[in-house]
Design a protein around this ligand. Structure first.
Ligand code: ADP
Ligand code: ZN
Length: 730
């Protein structure tokens, strides 16, 4: 398709020019191809995955008018301001425009100057706006937050339902839907409700490798919250609370302790909420304390931590809320403070609101099931990244994510896990797989309850078998067995514990299980990787400057430069425009608006502190695996290098020197770094090299994993390692 390719290269040039990015992420590329071809599509990407570029970039190169449907006026204004700053003609049609503003916007749209127009669903469907858009030749619709169209989503909005009518008013137009909600049901519902025609459905990788997930038992809420805050001094974060009252109390407490915090909940007036949002976005406030309803209006990419003061209602909510952290791709912390009582508090909230809304019994049962799923996650012994990704129907292969409490070893292994599991499972068998967790726990602990007496369960061999174990631990472990698939549960409102094949294997001692106790506190505080190799003082100087410049230009700080871009400046310390424009996130427009001031700040700081400038971007920083400790120039190594010089494959070298292929790969990487061969295509196919290099452009070469994840696990660590070595050698 030469035409489409030409389009794509024009698009890449525009992305570099306006946004300063030198590559698209893999799914973004597929999404923009669909958009350029005018084919309907559904793009499912987690928050921070880069959805907006998928409709913004094609709109820039395609010409004509793209209409973006978005539920939130606050976000629209931000997006339009941001686009205007980077030289993309964009406008919004919302209820806050005065008549003269509306007329001016409409004129610009009619003249064909505007590329993107943002509007709300109700405006689009119920007012004369659609006539204007039709006359202007709108050919593409991008429906943002598309899950709002579905009852099954977590944020159903009736006005989104009316978008079904779009098809009638614009039969020729392409419709693209974007969401971060990935369940199959919501996905299907979106396609159906929006009447997408043979859509290309693209589901991105749901793992967020830069987020570290932890679940800690809630022992002393305030102290625990402060611990997280203090670990991230001066950085942005969100503290989610269950109720408004909790928000107010937490805000008051933190204010008194001199944190820069604002509250946010549905009980505040529109103006109050806008002010809070504004304070957070402009970096006047570091911390937002909010009810879980908060989130969609926030667009600050450098949120470094999200604390949940209690368990959220569903895993989808949790994913959405933690998704607000680290949208810039930099390491960020998600801490969930959990207590067994959360389940019951939330259950009664659900029941109460269901009663008020006259919701069906089915709805309540479904909500409670989701709640149970969430509780299971909290108490689980499965890697958090894996558990979350699996929930959204994706596999997670890595044995250790190195970014959750369980994989980091914060938690305490229960030493005799297998024996305990066998006792629990036997008890489930003894009560004929007809009781829920509560009763099984009672039997195991030798409780004296009416049911036990009535059923004579005190005569069972498993009665009192785990007398000494606290109730909460037992419940945790049952959840953990469920999470590992060693135990099953019926799908009723009152679920009954069931045995499956794996349960029997565990009881026969054929399959091991893992049981844990949650950590009392974090075993290891995460050091900030953000500033690795960067001058921390310079970073602060640049952050200050960014705040000033943002005020001057009347934009949000992140629209000047992101944290990642500032960190890169503090690392490479460029002194001229050429060096500056090589940094990701510095496009032509930002260079023109902000280049001079940032360059002179860098030069002044480096001169004053005697720092070297124009440092080359990081070469191969330490890779995930240390090189094997072989003596220098051992005969084996010489032999291997000789074979590599002749382009022999890893397998054949491994066979001839009798080493494991994994070890040989390490030597190959060393060979590539030391001897700088002209090409590595003998070991890594050309297209794989290109993909890895493109991903490394985004994530750097400091760590293998982000690149591995970026490429959806389709490229092996070995290949990535070799390409990195090659890049370092250049
Ligand atoms: P979403 O709408 O999916 O939540 P955004 O569109 O806000 O995500 O993008 C998240 C972050 O990723 C932003 O900071 C954006 O600048 C950055 N980003 C998006 N695409 C790219 C890319 N191709 N290269 C580098 N950074 C990107
Ligand atoms: Zn993990």
């Amino acid at each position: 398709m030469p035409a489409a390719n030409a389009n794509l290269s024009a698009l890449l040039a525009a992305v570099k020019r306006h946004w300063g990015f030198s590559a698209l992420r893999p799914l973004q590329e597929r999404a923009v191809r669909a958009a350029l071809a005018g084919r309907d599509s559904l793009v499912v990407l987690p928050t921070g995955g880069g959805k907006s570029l998928c409709y913004q970039a094609p709109a820039v190169v395609r010409g004509g008018l793209t209409v973006v449907v978005s539920p939130l006026i606050a976000l629209m204004k931000d997006q339009v301001d941001g686009l205007t700053r980077i030289g993309v003609p964009a406008a919004r049609l919302d209820s806050t425009l005065s008549t003269s503003e509306y007329n001016a916007t409409a004129a610009a749209i009619r003249s064909g100057e505007t590329r993107l127009v943002f509007t709300s669903p109700e405006r689009l469907v119920n007012t004369g706006v659609s006539g204007l858009l039709r006359a202007a030749g709108a050919h593409t619709f991008a429906v943002d937050e598309a899950h709002c169209v579905s009852h099954w989503g977590h944020d159903f909005r009736p006005e989104y339902r009316q978008l079904a009518r779009l098809r009638d008013s614009f039969p020729e137009a392409a419709v693209h839907a974007y969401t971060a909600t990935a369940t199959e049901r919501v996905r299907d519902d979106i396609c159906e409700q929006l009447g997408l025609r043979d859509p290309e459905v693209m589901v991105g990788n749901f793992d967020r490798p830069n987020l570290t997930f932890r679940v800690l038992p809630r022992l002393d809420l305030r102290t625990q919250v402060r611990e997280v805050l203090d670990r991230h001094k001066g950085s942005a974060g969100i503290v989610y609370c269950l109720r408004r009252k909790d928000v107010d109390e937490m805000t008051a407490f933190l204010k008194q302790a001199k944190y820069r915090v604002v509250p946010y909940h549905a009980g505040m007036t529109n103006d109050e909420r806008r002010a809070a949002q504004e304070a957070f976005a402009s970096e006047e406030a570091d911390i937002v304390v909010a009810t879980v309803a908060f989130g969609m209006g926030i667009d600050r990419s450098n949120v470094r931590f999200v604390v949940h003061a209690a368990m959220p209602k569903t895993i989808e909510h949790y994913q959405q809320e933690t998704g607000r952290a680290g949208r810039d791709g930099l390491p960020s912390d998600c801490v969930l403070l959990y207590s067994g009582g959360d389940f019951f508090t939330l259950k009664s909230i659900i029941e109460k609101s269901a009663q008020e809304a006259r919701a069906t019994q089915e709805y309540v049962a479904a909500s409670v099931r989701q709640l149970d799923e969430m509780a299971r996650y909290c108490r689980g012994a499965t890697c958090r990244h894996k558990a979350l990704v699996n929930y959204f129907g994706q596999d997670y292969e890595a044995p250790n994510c190195a970014a959750c409490d369980l994989c980091l070893g914060d938690t305490q292994e229960v030493p005799d896990a297998n024996v305990i599991a066998q006792k629990i499972l036997s008890c489930v068998a003894r009560v004929n797989q007809t009781f829920g967790a509560g009763h099984v726990i009672d039997v195991l602990r030798g409780a004296d309850t009416a049911t036990i007496r009535q059923r004579k369960h005190n005569e069972l061999s498993t009665y009192g078998l785990l007398k000494e174990v606290p109730k909460t631990d037992l419940r945790d472990w049952i959840y953990q067995l469920l999470g590992q698939g060693a135990l099953a549960q019926s799908e009723d409102e009152f679920p009954v514990l069931k045995l499956n094949k794996a349960s029997w294997a565990v009881m026969k001692g054929e399959q091991p299980v893992r049981l844990i106790r949650l950590a009392r506190r974090e075993a290891r505080a995460t050091a900030s990787e953000l500033l690795e190799g960067a001058d921390a003082e310079l970073f602060e100087v640049l952050r200050q400057l960014r705040r000033q410049e943002a005020q001057r230009a009347k934009v949000q700080p992140y629209q000047v430069f992101t944290d990642a871009t500032l960190a890169e400046m503090a690392r490479t310390r460029p002194t001229n425009e050429d060096g500056l424009s090589r940094i990701s996130g510095v496009g032509e427009y930002r260079l023109r608006s902000f280049g001079k001031v940032f360059l002179s700040a860098i030069v002044a700081h480096c001169r004053q502190k005697g720092l070297t400038t124009d440092v080359a971007p990081p070469k191969s920083a330490p890779l995930a695996l240390p090189a094997p400790a072989a003596p220098k120039n051992s005969p084996k190594k010489e032999a291997m290098f000789a074979l590599f010089r002749r382009g022999k494959s890893v397998e054949s070298v491994a066979a001839s020197v009798e080493l494991a292929p994994a070890t040989v790969v390490e030597y190959l990487a060393e060979f590539v770094r030391a001897e700088k061969p002209d090409s590595i295509f003998a070991w890594v196919p050309e297209d794989v090299c290109e993909r890895v290099a493109a991903a490394a452009d985004i994530h750097g070469t400091a760590r293998l994993k982000p690149v591995f994840t970026e490429l959806n696990g389709e490229v092996s660590y070995d290949h990535i390692r070799i390409v990195f070595a090659f890049m370092a050698a250049r």
